[in-house]
Ligand binder design. Structure first.
Ligand code: GLC
Ligand code: CA
Length: 517
């Protein structure tokens, strides 16, 4: 059984360096975050996922961990994090930290000791059998250290892969998943999780969770075996701890102990077809796109459902498959979707099953823009700009003269202040949708989901959540579907009306119906 609090969790993702700078050094921090928890609560969110806040050289925004047991000094101290957990709990908020189990920073003590062939650490990373050996298809680095071997990396050059062994082994330096090095890594990750859970954290979003065992092709059975052990140990000891994976395969992730998995916009999949069906040129300009949520799109919902439904069906009894508005790796919804299109996207995201995740700033329509790379962000940098709180210096993010990343200085950039003041703002629309979700148990994270109407070539998509009927028409023409009973409208954005046994959904509209009493 998953943690009880997960059933009505609505998450808010906070990228700590860009949320709120409390001490004027130009970088967001934990004390700043603590000051803004009431805002998170005001949206209706009751849980937070915070990107990595651990000691790091920040060559990949903190996904290159130098010390898993220490908060990065730029964010504060371990004590500050402990306080943040306590304050959050008082306010009814849970906090997930970001666990990076697949790799460390090259500056991590573990890696330094591994380079020196310290017996306790020599096999904790994946070393080949010679300084001139290749990686057997995996990216590898050589020539950096005296140890007579090359080593495998997981992502950037600065991120050597921790050794969890190989499933399909071609060479003698590839170890089995239960060799001493891989087993020691499992115990090390369990210990790290216990350390933060004991301090008050409520669980982890797990980075590249599917990457642990190498050559684990197809169904990742060996990686799943490793997670059964690690997640199993944590859940047995901390039944209220939540683990959410970056895996994009809920049938696998939820079967090996994760409580939730993300639906990510990888490989032009169904998720991309909804919101991000476009290409970006070398300068970062977005070409006109055909995303389902674009008013003029020719796309029906079939592309999304073809990808989503089989995986949803295969995993719905095991846990949550979570939809995101975006994250620190994706382009933001703005500007590719305009205000109306984003409102419809939120209506969809906040009425689907799985725990919804709102990426900070998406709720006010913060814009993507092309910026020079910062901390390993590259194209992702433009989705990571400082939160926009109010008018004035750095839009209220920081008192300093030049924050580590510039705030959006374009005219009309949305702020929390301006959107709070406008009852019709995107922010208040999001608040109303979350309130609706909370109001109807049928819209809960685990509640039943059935496709009701999704005809080929039509823009209308209607779906049942328990007894409720949700209908979405992102297109420019009125659409309709036949009703299977007596209903009344309980929510409408735009036009949703009942005519005899028909539901009519106006252009760019969304409606929710409940059975008539
Ligand atoms: C995940 C993170 C991403 C990071 C990468 C390497 O995809 O979300 O930001 O760069 O893993 O850790
Ligand atoms: Ca700061």
């Amino acid at each position: 059984m998953a943690a009880s609090w997960l059933k009505d969790a609505v998450f808010y993702e906070i990228y700590p360096q860009s949320f709120y700078d409390s001490n004027g050094d130009g970088i967001g921090d934990l004390q700043g975050m603590a000051l803004k928890l009431d805002y998170v609560r005001s949206i209706g969110c009751n849980a937070i996922w915070m990107n990595p806040c651990f000691d790091s050289p920040f060559k990949d925004a903190g996904y290159d961990v130098r010390d898993y047991y220490k908060v990065a000094p730029r964010y504060g101290t371990n004590e500050d994090l402990k306080n943040l957990f306590a304050i959050a709990h008082e306010k009814g908020l849970k906090i997930l930290l970001d666990l990076v189990p697949g790799h460390t920073s090259e500056e991590n003590e573990w890696f330094k000791k591994s380079c020196e062939e310290d017996p306790d650490f020599a096999q904790r990373y994946i070393w080949t059998d010679g300084a001139f050996s290749g990686g057997d298809g995996m990216p590898f680095i050589g020539g950096e250290y005296p140890r007579n071997a090359t080593y495998i990396i997981n992502f950037f050059k600065c991120q050597p892969a921790l050794n969890y062994g190989y499933r399909d082994r071609h060479t003698h330096w590839q170890q089995s998943i239960d060799a001493p090095g891989p087993m020691a890594n499992r115990e090390a990750m369990k210990d790290i999780m216990r350390f933060w859970l004991d301090m008050g954290c409520d669980g982890f979003r797990v980075d590249m969770a599917d990457s642990l065992v190498k050559n684990d092709h197809g169904v990742k059975t060996a990686t799943m075996e490793v997670w059964k052990d690690m997640a199993g140990a944590i859940h047995a000891q901390y039944p209220e701890a939540v683990l959410i994976s970056e895996w994009n395969h809920p049938d696998q992730a939820l079967a090996c102990g994760f409580d939730g998995d993300f639906y990510l916009n990888w490989d032009g999949n169904g998720y991309s077809l909804l919101f991000r069906d476009y290409r970006r040129d070398a300068k970062g300009n977005v070409t006109p796109d055909n995303s389902y949520f674009k008013a003029e799109s020719t796309q029906d919902i079939q592309g999304f459902l073809g990808d989503y439904l089989p995986k949803y069906q295969a995993s719905k009894d095991l846990g949550l498959w979570c939809l995101i508005t975006g994250n620190h790796d994706t382009p933001r919804l703005a500007p590719s979707l305009d205000d109306r299109e984003r409102r419809l996207a939120f209506a969809f995201l906040l009425t689907m099953p799985g725990a919804p995740f709102i990426y900070y700033g998406d709720e006010i329509g913060m814009d993507y823009r092309w910026l020079p790379s910062k901390e390993g962000g590259y194209a992702r940098t433009g989705s990571r700009t400082p939160m926009q709180w109010c008018k004035g210096k750095n839009l209220g993010f920081s008192d300093c003269d030049a924050p580590y990343l510039p705030t959006d200085d374009r005219q009309g950039a949305p702020t929390v202040e301006s959107q709070n003041a406008d009852p019709d703002s995107l922010l208040n629309h999001v608040r109303r949708l979350i309130a609706l979700r909370k109001n109807y148990a049928d819209l809960g994270n685990y509640s039943d989901f059935q496709v009701y109407s999704a005809r080929e070539g039509e823009r209308l998509f209607a779906y049942k959540r328990g007894k409720l009927l949700c209908a979405l028409n992102p297109g420019v023409k009125e659409e309709s579907c036949k009703l299977d009973g007596q209903y009344r409208v309980v929510y409408a954005l735009g036009e949703g009306r009942l005519e005899k046994d028909q539901l009519i959904v106006g252009r760019q509209s969304f409606t929710v119906l409940a059975p008539a009493e």
